[in-house]
Design a protein around this ligand. Structure first.
Ligand code: SF4
Length: 734
């Protein structure tokens, strides 16, 4: 009998007439795939493919990367600077000098009238690292506001905070190669196949060879959970309870790595005293995982010769986000699983260059993980930039999530938004909308003119995107990759670096501070500032990064001079004894008392609202919503609802329903599935004016990251399905 393709016509791949392939790195997620864009004889980008000799993706791309070349001429791009006196007026076309002069004058007017910190700047994880560094120099060194942050507060702040608390510095210690060495993998709130498909492929390939146990901890039966040996459907927001209970078992049964703990950590006794309160018998009632499972997983993890943990937003986007990261680190430290092949705690990052902004933007401090609280760090950077160290504030300013509250209360009067869209991405968007209306001056710098937040701008600065620019990005495993400019930014739009440099000229009239024009020169300047630090990049340059298809930091000038080649894959941090970045070189074991402060379901709002990502889309769909092959698979907002709950509410597949939270409501289509429990719905966050109308977004006390995943809603079936369909169409923007 003949099966499959033998009876079908062979697949024909269309000849797109490609004359040349050009190199870049993918501009969507932080996996860091190397990509080549194919150009036809007319110089038009017509195809994308993975780069075979790149260690990260080894020739593969996911659905977003495959169509990335279509971004260059997608709809809604900004083409010319725009200005208006009031945000509710029509835009008038302007020119760069007028728009930049106006922006400079308004920043200084507001600062002179209300104080230096009354003007806020919010950037992104989307730009290139040289752009982040230049914006940081301009903001910290010349403009001088301390209320400067990135939208990475919405995705990675808890990971940063947790790493700093445990290890004394940000910087994921592991790498993708760890999948090939591990004997046990726990994934906390991470749905790799949909969020990071190429990392999933790396993990899956390693797992198929060695069949190490995969344990997924997630309230929802995600695609990763479906492929796991064990799925622990935890009660939302209680990860810290499960972590404490696992540590209880490890310490109670003497499974900890005593030698490693003694040589590398502080704080064991305080941790032991706290976890004594989390006997699995009592913990199971809070976290929803039964006692036997807690014990089994703790033993499996502790006894594995090398055990690895990964996590994403399921941990970070919580009121206990930073504690959840510290809990993961505690488990790793107790069992000696840091800095060895297959033993690590690896935060899987979100945006393509969230790591670059963490390292170089100066958002939360000063470049290369330096902090404003250190006199030495202020002195070093001030000297390097040729400014007065007293110009720097002595502690960090507001986080992004606090800036909007300060606009609400009138403390902040002006705002510069760069490649970020708070009206889509912040929780409780009705509140953000009201805050934005209060601004005396708002400038939006973005490649897309149709970003929702641009509704409230007085000046719009059209920027280039992705491979219209020159520079580098850092991925999840600290690998720095080169982006080469493949296309010119359209019409009069300009690369962000050009915009920052022109703005710097206006604040730097005496020319005291140097702002190089070329990304390659800026990278070398950053290298000088990195010598001897954890994230030392002084041995790298743009040419090397392109030729090697990315290099992991650290790679120093000393190593280069000694003839040491950067490793192709598999560089780890903290491989030597007592090399953590706290003053004594040791990591901290930190007790984590649990306080239940989430919004939880009740009689009026009986369902957990869980939000997350789909494979086809990227964040607010400003990009993927305009690319046919991404949009057609997931064009409308929908919820996953348990079939039994749907029956009880009289809801059928494809019905439109109204989700109602204490903040607002949203109309979505119902998709019954066993992926969610009877008291939970899952709503993708990508759609315009939808998920974040509903979310409350209580903030983590350490990282100020919002809890997007722990909210309560009720579900109402809509009688007039036609009208509901129309309403839902509104959310299909683009
Ligand atoms: Fe791009 Fe991420 Fe997909 Fe790789 S996995 S192609 S980096 S979106």
């Amino acid at each position: 009998m003949l099966f499959g393709r033998t009876k079908k016509n062979p697949i024909k791949i269309a000849d797109k007439g490609i004359k040349e392939w050009k190199y870049a790195a993918c501009g969507y997620c932080s996996t860091g795939c190397s990509i080549e864009v194919g150009f036809n004889a007319e110089g038009k980008p017509v195809s994308s493919r993975g780069v075979a000799d790149a260690d990260v993706n080894r020739g593969k791309l996911c659905l977003k990367g495959i169509f990335e070349h279509e971004l260059f001429d997608s709809a809604g791009r900004g083409t010319v600077p725009l200005m208006r006196e009031h945000w509710h007026q029509k835009w008038q076309k302007s020119d760069w000098d007028t728009a930049l002069d106006k922006t400079h004058d308004e920043i200084r007017r507001i600062q002179e009238k209300y104080g230096r910190d009354s003007f806020a700047i919010i950037s992104t994880g989307q730009m290139l690292t040289e752009e982040f560094y230049t914006l940081g120099k301009l903001t910290r060194g010349l403009i001088g506001t301390n209320n400067y942050d990135g939208n990475t507060t919405l995705c990675m702040a808890s990971a940063v905070s947790g790493y700093k608390r445990s290890f004394g510095s940000d910087g994921p210690p592991g790498c993708y190669e760890d999948f090939e060495h591990t004997d046990c993998l726990i994934a906390w709130g991470s749905n790799l196949p949909e969020q990071h498909p190429i990392i999933y492929w790396r993990m899956k390939e390693a797992q198929e060879k060695r069949n190490f146990p995969l344990i997924v901890i997630d309230p929802r039966v995600t695609m990763l959970a479906q492929n796991a040996h064990m799925h622990l459907a935890i009660t939302p927001g209680t990860d810290v309870v499960l972590q404490n209970a696992m540590m209880y078992v490890i310490l109670d049964e003497g499974l900890e790595d005593k030698e490693y703990i003694e040589a590398n950590t502080n704080g064991l006794e305080a941790l032991r005293a706290e976890v004594a309160n989390y006997n699995p018998v009592t913990a199971q009632k809070i976290c929803g995982i039964d006692e036997d499972t807690i014990r089994n997983v703790a033993r499996l993890f502790a006894k594995a010769p090398a055990a690895m943990q990964i996590w994403t937003m399921g941990i970070n986007q919580s009121t206990h986000g930073s504690d959840g990261v510290v809990g993961i680190n505690n488990l790793a430290l107790l069992t000696g699983n840091i800095g060895k092949p297959g033993g690590t705690s690896l935060s899987i990052t979100g945006q393509c260059n969230a790591m670059g902004t963490r390292e170089w933007s100066s958002c939360s401090g000063l470049p290369n993980h330096r902090v404003l609280e250190s006199a030495q760090d202020r002195e070093d950077v001030a000297k390097f930039w040729n400014i007065d160290p007293e110009f720097f504030p002595k502690k960090r300013g507001m986080f992004q999530t606090d800036i909007y509250a300060a606009i609400e209360t009138g403390e902040i009067k002006g705002l510069w938004l760069i490649a970020t869209n708070p009206l889509s991405s912040l929780p409780n968007t009705a509140r953000i909308r009201k805050a934005m209306e209060k601004l005396e001056f708002c400038v939006v710098q973005d490649c897309y003119q149709d970003s929702e937040s641009n509704q409230y701008a007085h000046v719009f600065l059209p920027a280039g995107t992705w491979a219209e620019k020159d520079g580098v990005m850092t991925n999840t495993e600290r690998r720095i990759s080169r982006i080469t400019p493949l296309m010119k930014a359209p019409a009069e739009s300009k690369p962000d670096l050009w915009i920052f440099n022109r703005m710097a000229e206006r604040f730097n009239k005496e020319g005291k501070v140097n702002f190089p024009e070329k990304a390659g020169d800026i990278f070398l300047e950053m290298g000088e500032l990195s010598v001897g630090r954890l994230a030392d990049i002084s041995g790298m340059d743009h040419e090397m990064l392109e030729q090697k298809r990315g290099v992991q930091w650290p790679y120093s000038a000393k190593q280069k001079e000694a003839g040491e080649e950067p490793p192709k894959g598999g560089k780890r941090l903290y491989t030597e004894t007592a090399t953590f970045r706290h003053a004594d070189g040791k990591a901290k074991l930190i007790p984590l008392p649990f306080i239940d402060n989430n919004e939880v379901p009740d009689d009026k709002f009986p369902f957990w609202l869980n939000t997350g990502r789909l494979i086809e889309h990227w964040h607010g769909r400003t990009k993927t919503g305009k690319i046919g092959n991404n949009n057609k698979y997931s064009p409308i907002p929908f919820i996953e609802i348990n079939p039994d709950a749907a029956v009880e509410l009289g809801i059928q597949r494809g019905d439109y329903v109204r989700l109602v939270s204490r903040r607002a409501d949203a109309v979505v289509m119902a998709t019954p599935t066993q992926r969610v429990a009877k008291n939970m719905v899952f709503l993708p966050f990508h759609f315009h004016d939808c998920a974040n109308r509903l979310t409350l977004g209580l903030l983590d006390p350490h990282s100020r990251q919002p809890a997007y995943k722990q909210n309560a809603v009720r579900i109402e079936r809509i009688k007039d399905q036609k009208a509901a369909a129309k309403l839902s169409m509104e959310m299909r923007k683009f």
